[in-house]
Design a protein around this ligand. Structure first.
Ligand code: IMP
Length: 191
């Protein structure tokens, strides 16, 4: 048996406790157990895939275990897909209020969340899995659930923002659900 099949426990490398809870909810339902380590890894310049590929390889080699990392972002069409790969920096600096200011006269509210999961073991090359959820940006923040951009984002087919949806509901169809589900299907196929 390969190392991958023996080890059904995967370590999620992240410093974000919200992501851990979401990922555990999603992967446990799909039969994969998740541990968590706040190990940190260098976030290289590049798109979400580049960051996840590099981070997964770096962390699995350092930890000596199979790992996943996840890099996500909010992409707003009218802002030429900003903040995109700068989502973390923009959340810390402009914040949601700053985004709303930039969007105050903008009619086209289309946006998407993207999530890329990177998976790697100490002896293999990294794999990446993309998940996207379409939606629109509210005119005001709303909701007390979730984190970061969630109160701004209304997923397609809904009237509520992610910030108004409880975790189980967001987990049913979020960008993170889609990327993790793609990963889980691929992973189970490796046996
Ligand atoms: P990260 O680099 O993947 O941690 O995410 C980039 C930025 O987007 C950070 O400010 C995150 O808090 C934010 N972010 C990532 N995923 C979500 C989400 O599911 N909802 C709201 N904000 C998110």
């Amino acid at each position: 048996m390969s190392e991958k099949i023996n080890s059904k426990i995967i370590t999620f490398i992240t410093g974000n406790p919200h992501k851990v809870k979401e990922a555990q909810g999603i992967l446990n339902n799909l039969g994969i157990s998740l541990e968590h380590a706040d190990l940190g890894y260098p976030e290289i310049q590049g798109d979400l895939e580049d960051v996840a590929l590099y981070g997964a390889q770096y962390a699995s080699r350092r930890l000596g275990k199979p790992v996943i990392v996840e890099d996500a972002g909010l992409f707003i069409k009218a802002l030429k897909w900003f903040p995109g790969t700068y989502s973390s920096y923009v959340q810390e600096t402009l914040g949601n209020k700053g985004i709303l200011k930039l969007m105050s006269d903008v009619e086209d509210r289309y946006a998407e969340f993207r999530s890329v999961v990177g998976y790697c073991t100490p002896k293999t090359e990294p794999e990446v899995f993309l998940g996207t959820v379409k939606g629109r940006i509210r005119y005001k923040e709303k909701g007390r659930y979730g984190f970061a951009y969630d109160p701004l984002f209304i997923p397609e087919g809904y009237d509520e923002s992610f910030g108004e949806l409880q975790r189980v509901e967001k987990n049913r169809f979020s960008h993170r659900r889609k990327s993790l589900e793609k990963f889980a299907l691929w992973y189970k196929d490796q046996g």
